[in-house]
Design a protein around this ligand. Structure first.
Ligand code: SF4
Length: 434
């Protein structure tokens, strides 16, 4: 691994050179010092992709449509429109998708209504952590694509992390999903069925602590949600619209994360859906972010933070800045100060920062910051008036980071089939799939 010293004297948002840190300068690790996480070829480099490798579309489902659309679809199938209300209440209120469990639907009609409720996500495996308060699922979709979701119980809330795409085209080099490339966008109903199953699991007491209510949904699983914009917006409506239209969840409990699709942030701000925006920033300077988050080659840090500030002004929702702390790469004090200056330059009270200790990967450059570096980073932000909370890393002992479980299961299956466990979804695999 090549180590380089910081090549550029850091500047604040106003161009003032920052004080040099006291003591010997720490080495600076660059994302390009080794191939992306999970890549098999030593020369592999992250490749942005916006085109889905798979062409197929998920079967049409009740949850793809709003209530008026469901009534129309039932009418066209020769069924009374009022049955759309009944089916919707079963699905969004009782979390039931099997016609056999719907006692108010005549037995003679159950086969006909089943066409609106095709099974969309099938469990491959479920792993528990945190003494049963965290459950990570690997789901298989109709075409064999696999996605993950994580259900996490906290004292004051229960949160589901959902996937919005199979694979991801954003190619972040530290992320296992990023090396799979984009298989395809999930349909609205494929996203929503992950949520229905989580609601059902909560109500049935599948998490330790007994029955609970799913209060929060975060779009931080596989995929870049804003790259699947239309289906994301439909899914947000299904989440917040009151039953029987949707689940009737509070928009305040819903978070959409992005690595920085700036025009889509502007569109989301105009949707009238006051969900929280989380920006996965991970570096406050273009020099590092160009390598760490490949989409930064299109939209720079300044444009991204301007869009995030605009989102706050348009919605009144405070923006979250997600910052994975990676040892000797992005965790220097001067970067914390630069981040604070960039945020403060755009106003106060509009943003808070969530540093996230990276899941340690022994022997890799993608490893967690030391506790000392983490504390200095957090204190630097707080001293500059930026509200900062270290984010909990639930389920880190169950292939907790996005894409790790899918990769681990695929490797296991390849071993059983007698094939070499090449890293799932390496750029080479992605090319083959296309
Ligand atoms: S970190 Fe998120 S946006 Fe980046 S490759 Fe992974 S899933 Fe995609």
């Amino acid at each position: 691994m090549a180590l380089t010293n910081s090549p550029v004297r850091p500047q604040t948002a106003r161009g003032r050179a920052l004080e040099a840190p006291r003591g010997p300068a720490r080495p600076e690790v660059r994302p390009s010092d080794q191939p992306p996480e999970g890549a098999s070829a030593p020369g592999a480099r992250p490749v942005l992709s916006f085109t889905a490798a798979r062409r197929g579309k998920a079967p049409a489902h009740l949850a793809d449509l709003d209530l008026a659309g469901r009534k129309g679809a039932l009418r066209r199938a020769g069924l009374p429109a009022f049955r759309a209300d009944q089916l919707s209440r079963h699905y969004f209120d009782r979390y039931v998708a099997e016609p056999g469990e719907m006692s108010d639907i005549p037995a003679s009609m159950r086969t006909a209504v089943a066409q609106f409720l095709p099974p969309l996500v099938t469990e491959v495996t479920a792993l528990q952590a945190d003494e049963g308060r965290t459950v990570k699922h690997l789901w298989q979709l109709f075409d064999g694509a696999r996605v993950e979701s994580v259900l996490m119980r906290y004292p004051e809330r229960t949160t589901l992390c959902v996937s919005s795409q199979a694979g991801c085209g954003m190619a972040c080099p530290f992320c296992a999903t990023g090396q799979m490339g984009l298989a395809r966008n999930l349909s609205t109903a494929e996203i929503i069925d992950q949520v229905r199953l989580a609601h059902r699991a909560c109500a049935a007491g599948r998490l330790a602590g007994g029955p609970t209510h799913l209060s929060n949904v975060v779009f931080m699983g596989m995929g870049e949600p804003l790259a699947n914009y239309r289906n994301l917006i439909q899914a947000l409506h299904r989440l917040v619209d009151p039953a029987p239209e949707g689940f009737g969840m509070s928009a305040r409990g819903i978070t959409v994360s992005t690595v920085g699709l700036v025009p889509a942030i502007g569109r989301l701000a105009r949707e009238g859906l006051p969900v929280t925006l989380a920006v996965s920033l991970h570096a406050p300077d273009d020099d590092l972010r160009d390598e760490l988050i490949p989409i930064n080659s299109r939209w720079k840090v300044g444009e991204l933070l301007d869009a995030a500030r605009h989102y706050f002004v348009a919605t009144g929702r405070r923006v979250s800045i997600e910052y994975a702390l990676i040892k000797d790469m992005n965790d220097q004090q001067w970067r914390a100060q630069l981040l604070a200056d960039e945020l403060n330059a755009r106003g106060h009270g509009w943003v808070h920062v969530n540093p996230i200790p990276l899941n340690p990967t022994p022997g890799s450059i993608w490893t967690a910051s030391t506790r000392h570096a983490q504390n200095v980073f957090v204190e630097t932000l707080r001293a500059s008036g930026i509200p900062t909370t270290i984010r909990d890393t639930r389920g880190s002992d169950i292939d907790g980071a996005c894409g790790q479980l899918a990769t681990a299961v695929q490797d296991r299956e390849r071993r059983r089939a007698g094939r070499a466990p090449t890293p799932a979804g390496t750029p080479a695999d992605t090319q083959e799939a296309r």
